[in-house]
Design a protein. Sequence first.
Length: 294
Amino acid sequence: MTHSEALYNLNPLNRFTDKVENYAKYRPTYPEELIDKILEGLASPPQIVVADIGAGTGIAARQLAERGVRVIAIEPNAAMRNAGKNAISLNIESKSTESESTKLKSTGSTHIDRTCRVSAKSTSYFNVEWKDGTAETTNLPDTSVDLITSFQAFHWFKPKPTLLEFSRVLKSSGRLALVFNDLNRDDNFTKEYHKLILTTANNRLATDFNAKVQPLRENPKWYYLQDHIFAYQQELDLAKLIGLAKSVSFISSEETIQKQLVADLEDLYRSFANEDGFVNLQYCASLHIAELIP
């Protein structure tokens, strides 16, 4: 990918505005084991301040907050940020409502995603504070956070100024964790879903996340520590499969394209749905951990 084709040159601040509701409802959460690994070896949760950069609708921010840490969710898109603040008003499924849930199963254990984890009966996430800002300009004070996270977002950032900004706001003892969700195309259904989405998006998708983290590996300010892979699956009925696909920013909202997308997804669903009416989308979530060089 050339500089002109880099994702940070493709209007990352506004491209998700018309995708917000589907994004909040149907994008998966992350395996709890992945959250465990991010927090492993840090201070006790009440002592940890996390800056979640490119927080979107708050999927990961809420998972972190559930562990008792204080989360500052940095998100430049007002629609995404407001969805995170007002998840209840979007009428997204409650974490406590299993019958309406999207399910994720980690390899070797079960991880159940309730898609938006907020309801009148669940935690209010008072330990999540939302702020307008970008990865390159977070507007956070110097050495103010113990942990910086970025879930499915680092590929939209300009690497050099972003890593400089991260080094400014992170405490010397702090940690950086980058997470990417990639589809596991070794699975037949997942491979066909990916092909369908790629075709609909005119062969423009954010892929090769391993390459996207290369600037971190090469940056002299950072000590690159660990890579981890977490395999899991997302169980979807037809409505949720369609909603997930519609959350992809590279897919046009133009009516004829959307109609064809739905028709193609219906055909795919009929070919792969099990007797309970679900298809299973396979993921590999990659976690990359680094610390500042003293």
